[in-house]
Design a protein around this ligand. Structure first.
Ligand SMILES: Nc1[nH]c(=O)nc2c1ncn2[C@H]1C[C@H](O)[C@@H](COP(=O)(O)OP(=O)(O)OP(=O)(O)O)O1
Length: 155
């Protein structure tokens, strides 16, 4: 399964999301991230993607969760989720992404992947989690989900 990352920058009860300009989930608000490339660890990929997408240097992100993303019967991605409280540089718009800060209580779930509302509260409260989310073949509707919290998170 294709490994991928999401890396959430958190500061003062706010989270940085991007409006994705291309690729899977184009037009949605998501966390910065993308596919893990050959020879990279998930943590290296997470740091690289944040730099590429919003020009921010992330310091030592911690892994907080992971999930399988399934379209129809086809496992699509295995996503490693990170959080980072220390980073430098002002988030900037790039060809890939338009960054924006949101208060935890104003996250725009209606403009995000449907699974995000299930697990992001755990990210905000500092819990770890593991999930499996099965969408229809087009990726439009969440059909089934499993979610476990308090998992042992290794990178
Ligand atoms: N259910 C889900 N909820 C969510 O919020 N983000 C998800 C998700 N399933 C996958 N993602 C994220 C993981 C990853 O960051 C992104 C998919 O990455 P892309 O295919 O856009 O990869 P890249 O940006 O690396 O694209 P390329 O430039 O084509 O390699 O979608």
């Amino acid at each position: 399964m294709q490994p991928a990352t999401l890396c959430y920058l958190l500061r003062n009860e706010r989270v940085l999301l991007i409006r994705k300009k291309r690729g899977l989930g184009k037009g949605k608000f998501v966390g910065p991230g993308g596919k893990v490339e050959d020879g990279e660890t998930p943590i290296e990929a997470a740091v690289r993607e944040v730099e590429e997408e919003i020009c921010v240097a992330v310091n030592d992100p911690s892994k907080v969760g992971e999930f399988e993303f399934v379209f129809g019967d086809e496992p699509k991605m295995f996503v490693h989720v990170f959080r980072a409280e220390t980073f430098s540089g002002e988030p900037r718009e790039t060809v890939e992404a338009n960054p924006r800060w949101f208060d935890f209580e104003n996250v725009p779930y209606d403009e995000m992947w449907e699974d995000d509302r299930l697990w992001m509260p755990h990210l905000f409260s500092g819990e770890t989690f593991s999930g499996r989310f099965r969408f229809d073949a087009e990726g439009d509707e969440l059909l089934e989900h499993e979610l476990e919290t308090d998992i042992d998170c290794r990178t």
